[in-house]
Each structure stands twice: as C-alpha cells, then as structure tokens.
Design a protein around this ligand. Structure first.
Ligand SMILES: Nc1nc2c(c(=O)[nH]1)N[C@H]1C(S)=C(S)[C@@H](COP(=O)(O)OP(=O)(O)OC[C@H]3O[C@@H](n4cnc5c(=O)[nH]c(N)nc54)[C@H](O)[C@@H]3O)O[C@H]1N2
Ligand SMILES: Nc1nc2c(c(=O)[nH]1)N[C@H]1C(S)=C(S)[C@@H](COP(=O)(O)OP(=O)(O)OC[C@H]3O[C@@H](n4cnc5c(=O)[nH]c(N)nc54)[C@H](O)[C@@H]3O)O[C@H]1N2
Ligand code: SF4
Ligand SMILES: [Mo]
Length: 753
C-alpha cells in the first residue's frame, strides 16, 4: 500500500514542503504540502520530479575505493581505512594546510553539510578552504561583514510587505530565488503588483522575471555598481536621503556622499547604456516609495565589481530608510540562530588574514578563491609566506562539489586533481570531479535523510521552522550522510575508528560549555552535563538540533520558557511552526567595532578608484557573455534526470539578432566561443531576449568527460561555459570569479556534414 510522508524539498533555496507518495522504499510521487506553514502547497517542476531525482539508478549505492588505478566498490570500513591512510600522512609530512577542503552547494541543503564541515576544518586546522561561495555570494558576505560586522547578516527583501522592489541580476522565476528564501517567489511578486506595488528588474536579458516587471532596465553587464553609485549620488544631490529609524545607528554617511560625487547619472550612462534620466527616475522612485527594497543576486555578485555592487545595494537600502524596517530589507532570525545579545561594539570583520600560495589572493571569510584551486595544487608556493606554509595542496576532501564544471578552467583542474596524493569525494554520483577521487563516499538519497534547513531559514522572508525525519528507511548497506561526515572527521583528525557519536558529543560539550559560561544566555551558570542529559533525539544530529533549538531565540531555554521550541515541539508539528514576520534587529545584530552600521568601510574606499576607472573604458568594445538558469535544471548535477531534460532546457548560446546578422550566424548553427581560458563549440539560438553585445550560455554542462557514471547527462552533454575562463578574473575584495560580463569572441562553425 502506498503511503505518504512529508519532506522539505532540497532542490533549490525555496524550501517547499512536499507530500511524497512512497511505495515500499520508492518515492513514486510528490505534490506540494498545502498545510506547510511556509510554502502552502507550492511546488515547481523540479520538486514534482523529486521521486525521479531521488531514485536515479545512476546514484552510487556503495563506497568506491581506487585499487590499481580503478575505482571499485568496497565496504564502508575499507573506505574509511583508506581515507585515514590517505589524509594523515599528508598532514604529518606537510602540515594541515596541505589538505584542501572543497565544499559545494548542496552542503547548504543537507543537515550533514551544516553540522560537520566546521568540525572538519577546526579538527584539521587547515586554511585551505574553497567553497562554491567564491563562484556565488561571497561578495555579499564581504559587504555584510564590512557594513554590519557579521558576514552572515544578509538582509532579504521583505517580499510580502514591500511596496517597491528593485531587483538586479536575479531571475527568481527560473531560479526560484536565492539569498531570499521564498516558496512561490513568482506568486509573491504577482501579489506585490496586485497590491499596487512596483517591480523593477535590471538584467541584460529580458528574463521571465523581467517580463513580469513594471520596468525592465537592460543594463550592460558588469556595470551595476556604476548605476547604483549614480543612484546614491542622486539621493544626495536631490536631498532625498533619509535614514529613518537608523538615524543614530550609521557612521560614514557624509563620506559616502563624497565618495560618489563624480558618479553622476550623466557620467555613468554610456558605460551602463542606461539613460541618465532613467537612473534619476530609479532613484526618485526608490526614495518616494512608502517602503522599498533593493535586492541583487548572482548577476550582481559574480561580476568584476561584485563586492562594490553588493555594498551599494545596502547603501541604497540604508539611505532610503528601508534597511531593517517592515517592507524594506530585513534580517531574518532563524530558530537555530544564537539567542540575541545586548547591542554594543563587536569584533568587526577582517579580510586578508592569510593569502593563497601561488597568486597571493587574500582570504575572505576564511576562504580562498575556488578559481585558484587548480593553481594551489599545481604550482609551488611563492617564497613569501602568506600563512599557508611551503607545500601546495596535496590532499583534498571534496564534499558535495563539482568544481571541474562549476568553476573556471576545468581542464586545468582535471589535471591538478589527478596529480593529488589523495582525494576523497562525498558525492552521490561518479561525476566530472568525483572520478578523480581515491575514495568516493555516497550519501543516501534525500528521501532516506532527515532534513532541517539550517542555512536557508537565515535567509527566509518569514521566520518559520520545520524538521523531517527520513521519509523512507535507510536501505541496507547505506550510511546516513551525517554519519559519513562524522566518520570522515574522525579519519581526518587521527581518531579513525572512534564512534561517530563522539563527534556530536564533542560539539554538544563545546556549545553547552560556552553557553553556560556566557552571562547573556538563559542557561548561564547551569551544569552543562545536566543540560546534555536533557537533550532528546534518536541520534547525534537530532540531539544537536534539539540543543540549538532550545538555546536559540525561540527556544525553551532548557526550561526557562516551557512553551519554547525543542525537537519534540517540531516533531509534534510536522507541517512546521510559523514564527511570524521579520522584525527589526538593529542595533542588536551589529558586530562592527563601532557598534554602528559602518557605511563606508576602508576596503571599499580602496576599491572605488577601480570603479572610477571603469568610466573611461570603451563600453562598446567586444561581445560579453552572461549566464542563465533554467527552471528544470540545477547547477551541474541534475542533468541526469530524464523527466527534467529536453525541451527548452538545453545548452544553447543565446545571441541577439543584430549580432547574429553581423557575425553571419544562423539559428541552430554551431559557433565557436573563445576567451582567455579556452574555446567551446555550442549551438546558437537567436533571440532578442538578450541585449545586443551580449551572449548567454548556461553553466553546469560539459558531461562528456570519460570515467563518469551519468548515463542520461552523457547522452546530451552540452559544453562547459567555465572552460572559457582561466581563473584569473576575480572580484579582488571577495576572491569571487567573474562569471558574468567577461569578453568572448564568436565565429560561425561550418555545419556538420
Ligand atoms: N559560469 C557559471 N558558473 C557557475 C555559476 C554561474 O552562474 N555561471 N553558478 C555558480 C553557483 S551560484 C554555484 S552555487 C556553484 C555550484 O558549484 P558546485 O557546488 O561545485 O556544483 P553543483 O553542480 O551544485 O554540484 C554539487 C555536487 O554535489 C553533489 N550532490 C548532490 N546532492 C548531494 C547530497 O545530498 N550530498 C552530497 N554530499 N553531495 C550531493 C552532486 O552530485 C554534485 O557533484 O556553481 C557556480 N558556477
Ligand atoms: N532552476 C534552477 N534554480 C536554481 C539553480 C539552478 O541552477 N537552476 N541554482 C541555484 C543557485 S546555486 C543559485 S546561487 C541561485 C541563483 O539565483 P539567481 O541569482 O536568481 O540566478 P540566475 O538565474 O543566474 O540570475 C542571474 C541573472 O543575472 C543576469 N545578469 C548577468 N550579468 C548581469 C549583470 O552584470 N548585471 C545584471 N543586473 N544582471 C546580470 C542574468 O542574465 C540572469 O538573468 O539559483 C538557485 N536555483
Ligand atoms: S521551488 Fe525549489 S524547493 Fe520548491 S519544489 Fe521547486 S525545486 Fe523544490
Ligand atoms: Mo549558488
């Protein structure tokens, strides 16, 4: 008899609650859970294919261990023996930084990815950390670190209450939203317009989101920082600045006025290809709206001025009185966040505490640019010590990441990975990256994993909390990903063979020890052993969730508030618990040294001359490339689900009709695209949805490398757009790769015979 089970969808950031139909151990259907407190029944085509993605026959079921050069199925015991034997000698001979750790996007979609990587990094003591953040949102972390003293204090548009949304470089109708967790983003945008609000979309492409907007500004790629700086200039010049409730909370306002003085609308118009009058209107509309939010995402982040753009987004929110007020840009408060502390000065945010070995890139938020991963492996360190020792990276722990496709110059990375002394991948697939590993540890499919959104609740447009136990019992021979990572931590830190529960017990001891010693918590002065004994849950990860919930802002405080949250309360509410609309959090959340919002931080001052220089560049030179996402795709790893492939989900190059005519390209014909990192051949799709001078190609394709097990994806491999990049183009403050707005050249290829 089929039964149903609830599961929050892990396939994008919207976190929709799903009702799964389960037949035995197979998920045979998925529909939106109409009782879910947050998503209220919404589902998209990807969520509807949950069963197909979950049950993909190409998913690995057993660990793989390299023997005589080939990957063979092995027992878990053998696999972890090989991990310990691979990593420890590297640490002992070359030091901890010789072990690199790569964390990919799905870590923010799993409990394991939230709970164990911090312990792995601390236990190893390595500074060689590379994550998907530096091909994504790192500029936002840096800007928030500088403005608010906390890299995770990222404001989200208060989508359900705002009167005006200015969106740059985001296409939530296809991506379902990012750093703004909102199930049914499209419906929420339609509701904004239905209540009389306005939506402006700035994007070089006329996206599905742009089509929904009141105004679409088809900006020249890479120039948003100029546009936003000019809007700030207009606010000052036209007397439109108002800080509202933040009046006493912000430093550096006058200094910002000085810094943007020369970025007038007239000065930036040619570079942005946006009329000066339009820029003035955008600024006036923003200032005049009863409430408004400025929001920028991937197209405002993975660009040459990524950090400046992200900073200007929040400068505009501050200067129009919209930061931290209902209807503006607000800070969520997740159930597992720390209990709020009294306001006051904090430690601030530092950049560049160490530098990469080969090129001397400064760290940001403890990370090195993932675009520099290959050179950190294949190049000997420079003589001067950036703080990483004298050895290149010789061993790699890769969790839920596919950098061969998702980061610049996969061909070079391919070679570098194959030269490592040791590599372990925690990945359900044998793919372009994991094929280089000496050991592959496959997590079970999502239906067999418990779920809680540690990451996305911190970016959600409404505070709420949900927890699902596994929808399907763990198959024989499988290991939960939480246990895989706990055992990996033990193997990496020289405790191979200890019980994985020891890792959770250690985390619990540390957290409770800190909490009872902290006079600002409700458990101050209590006995940590007594608190640990009071934790409930069937396993280590559940006990840790229980602890975080109970210590958190809505928690029961271990008895202080009997109605507060605990694991048991979540289990009693399978459709989740609503924790209310977002509420103002300034000044409490600020952790800058001044205890204020520091509107013009020094690193920004130092980067502004680079922006000024962009005013003089010849904007009409050459073609530039931008990315795009498709509703039925997800980065590099969902091209293996037949139900999601085909139709318009294809790896084609969008070219404007004027450019196609100029270059002699026909629709469907193949073109050669060349840039600094290499060249690829792709079919052309002529469309006026891209502006002239811009071509667009999706990422995550290029599934034609040997040695993978991706039968569906390999049949229609597409080409890897990131092969066009050589890894040297970075936003200097955040180390984030420039994936949008880089120059390419195009040539027609003869039709295939
Ligand atoms: N040109 C260009 N490049 C881009 C982008 C772009 O817009 N343009 N976007 C960038 C962005 S925003 C991102 S986030 C990165 C993503 O970069 P990555 O994180 O490197 O790439 P993904 O394709 O998300 O690959 C995730 C890996 O996790 C595995 N996986 C899936 N589910 C699980 C799981 O439950 N557990 C584990 N352990 N593994 C799992 C998959 O098999 C896959 O190998 O790509 C970036 N690359
Ligand atoms: N269906 C689907 N959903 C996804 C993903 C996926 O691969 N597929 N990936 C997930 C991930 S990891 C992330 S990070 C999010 C990303 O979510 P979004 O940020 O919404 O992602 P994109 O759809 O890449 O939108 C970026 C937009 O920026 C535009 N753009 C490019 N360059 C510029 C520029 O210089 N200026 C401006 N103003 N715009 C520019 C592009 O044309 C594109 O429309 O999506 C997530 N959801
Ligand atoms: S919008 Fe995202 S979370 Fe919701 S069903 Fe679709 S893929 Fe899943
Ligand atoms: Mo991302």
């Amino acid at each position: 008899m089929p039964r149903t089970a609830l599961r929050v969808c892990p396939l994008c950031e919207a976190t929709c609650g799903l009702t799964l139909t389960v037949d035995g151990t197979r998920v045979t259907g998925a529909r939106g859970d109409k009782d879910d407190v947050f998503s209220r029944g919404f589902i998209c085509p990807k969520g509807a294919s949950f069963g197909a993605a979950d049950g993909d026959p190409d998913r690995l079921t057993r660990p793989l261990v390299r023997k005589n050069g080939t990957l063979e199925e092995a027992s878990w015991e053998e696999a972890f023996d090989a991990v310990a034997a691979g990593i420890r000698p590297v640490v002992e001979q070359y030091g901890p930084h010789a072990v690199g750790v790569v964390l990919g996007n799905p870590n923010v979609h799993t409990m394991a990815g939230a709970l164990y990587p911090p312990l792995l990094l601390a236990g190893l003591g390595t500074r060689s950390l590379f994550t998907a953040g530096t091909v994504d949102q790192m500029p936002k972390h840096v800007s928030s670190g500088l403005l608010f003293g906390d890299a995770f204090a990222i404001p989200v548009p208060d989508l359900d209450r705002t009167d005006h949304l200015l969106m740059l470089g985001a296409n939530p109708l296809d991506s379902n939203g990012s750093l703004c967790t909102a199930p049914d983003f499209p419906g929420r945008l339609k509701a904004l317009r239905a209540r009389g609000g306005t939506l402006t979309v700035v994007d070089p492409r006329r996206t599905r989101t742009a089509k929904l907007a009141d105004r679409h500004v088809p900006i020249r790629p890479g120039t948003d920082a100029l546009l936003l700086a000019a809007m700030v200039q207009v606010l000052f010049a036209d007397g439109l600045v108002t800080l509202g409730a933040l009046d006493e909370q912000v430093t550096g306002v006058e200094q910002v006025a000085d810094a943007v003085r020369n970025f007038t609308p007239e000065a930036v118009a040619a570079a942005c290809d946006v009329p000066a009058a339009t820029i003035r209107e955008l600024a006036h509309e923003l200032a005049a709206a009863p409430t408004a939010a400025v929001y920028g995402r991937v197209g405002a982040s993975t660009v040459a001025f990524g950090t400046l753009t992200c900073w200007l987004v929040d400068v505009l929110n501050v200067l129009t009185g919209n930061l931290d007020r209902p209807g503006g840009a607000m800070f969520p408060l997740a159930a597992t966040d720390k209990e709020p502390r009294p306001a006051g000065p904090g430690k601030g945010f530092a950049l560049g505490r160490w530098r990469s070995r080969a090129s001397g890139h400064p760290e940001a938020k403890g990370e090195l640019p993932i675009a520099a991963l290959a050179e950190e492996i294949d190049t000997l360190p420079r003589a001067d010590d950036g703080g990483l020792g004298t050895s290149p990276v010789r061993a790699l722990v890769c969790v839920a990441a596919n950098p061969v496709l998702s980061t610049p110059d996969g061909d070079r990375l391919d070679k570098a990975l194959s030269s490592l002394d040791f590599m372990v991948s925690v990945d359900p697939y044998l793919n372009e990256t994991s094929r280089h590993a000496h050991v592959v540890l496959p997590p079970p499919p999502p239906s067999q994993s418990a779920h809680h959104d540690f990451a996305f609740n911190g970016f959600a447009v409404r505070n709420q909390v949900r927890y699902n136990r596994p929808a399907v019992p763990l198959e024989d021979g499988r290991m939960p990903e939480t246990e895989i990572l706990a055992r990996l931590v033990l193997a990496a830190i020289g405790m191979h063979g200890a019980e994985p529960d020891a890792v959770d017990a250690l985390a619990i001891d540390r957290t409770l020890g800190k909490a009872v010693a902290d006079p600002c918590t409700r458990v101050h002065g209590r006995d940590p052993k007594e608190l640990a004994a009071a934790l409930t849950g069937d396993n280590g990860p559940e006990r840790r969730l229980d602890m975080m919930l109970r210590l958190g802002p809505y928690g029961d405080g271990f008895g202080a508030d009997p109605d507060g949250l605990s694991l048991q309360r979540l289990l009693d509410h399978p459709h989740g618990i609503d924790l209310g609309p977002l509420a103002p959090r300034i000044p409490q959340l600020l952790k800058t040294r001044s205890g204020r919002v520091e509107l013009l931080p020094e690193p920004i001052v130092e980067d502004l001359p680079r922006l000024a220089a962009a005013l003089d560049a010849d904007p009409t030179a050459g073609l530039v490339l931008v990315g795009r996402r498709h509703l039925r795709s997800n980065n590099s790893w969902m091209h293996n689900v037949p139900a999601l492939m085909g139709g318009s989900n294809r790896c084609t190059l969008h070219v404007h009709p004027d450019d196609a005519a100029r270059l002699g390209l026909d629709d469907g014909q193949h073109a050669r695209v060349s840039a600094a990192g290499g060249e690829i051949a792709v079919p052309v799709e002529i469309t006026d949805a891209v502006r002239p001078g811009v071509v667009s190609l999706p990422h995550g394709w290029g599934h034609d490398r040997p040695g993978t097990r991706l039968s569906v994806a390999a049949a229609d491999p597409g080409a890897n757009v990131n092969q066009l990049l050589d890894g040297t183009l970075l936003d200097p403050l955040s180390g984030t790769a420039v994936l949008n707005g880089f120059e390419v050249s195009l040539a027609p290829l003869p039709a295939a015979p």
